[in-house]
Design a protein around this ligand. Structure first.
Ligand code: MN
Length: 191
């Protein structure tokens, strides 16, 4: 197997009550596992057989893109949380956020609004360009900012499978709670 299911650095119930054990088990153990299995089947015998994940996301389309994008997206997603997360960023990311939005609070409001305003399924990302400037990008379905030449730093999944068991239709409540588990050290390491 070329691509493997990303390992969680926390127990499946460690993100409660923000993300329940059941949601982690379905989202990571079933939804993401399906994307990984699909991608492994699709790359076998294709021109992407020896390609890295980001290359596949940048250069493929159709089912290959959808599954590779979702593997990349969820690898970033599940490794950015910690039961000891929350608070505010420091270091380079905090400086870049203040430069772009004036304050962490303003950034947070705009990020949540982008996620709430995304119609249907997709992702909201904090991404940086080659000069380190930050932006918020909305991506539908399996989209990732790497296709725009940007580096993803933080991604909130707004597919219903990410929150429906815990928050039903209340996407805004789910998004506003996620800040409690964001590991800003991980975000900083991606900058
Ligand atoms: Mn998802």
């Amino acid at each position: 197997m070329k691509f493997e299911l990303v390992k969680l650095s926390y127990a499946s119930d460690a993100l409660e009550p923000v993300i329940s054990k059941t949601t982690v088990e379905f989202h990571h153990g079933k939804h993401l596992l399906t994307y990984v299995n699909n991608l492994n089947n699709l790359v076998t015998g294709s021109k992407f057989e020896n390609a890295g994940l980001e290359t596949i996301v940048r250069e493929s389309e159709g089912g290959m893109f959808n599954n590779a994008g979702q593997v990349l997206n969820h690898n970033l997603y599940f490794t950015q949380f910690s039961p000891n997360g929350g608070g505010e960023p420091s270091g380079m990311v905090a400086k870049a956020i203040n430069a772009a939005w004036g304050s962490f609070e303003n950034f947070r409001k705009e990020f949540e609004a982008a996620g709430v305003g995304l119609f249907g399924s997709g992702w909201v990302w904090l991404a940086k360009d080659k000069d380190g400037k930050l932006s918020i990008t909305k991506e539908t379905n399996a989209g990732n900012p790497v296709t725009k030449g940007l580096t993803p730093l933080l991604g909130f999944d707004v597919w219903e499978h990410a929150y429906y068991l815990d928050f039903q239709n209340r996407r805004a409540d789910h998004l506003s709670n996620l800040w409690k588990i964001v590991d800003w050290n991980v975000v900083e390491s991606r900058y």
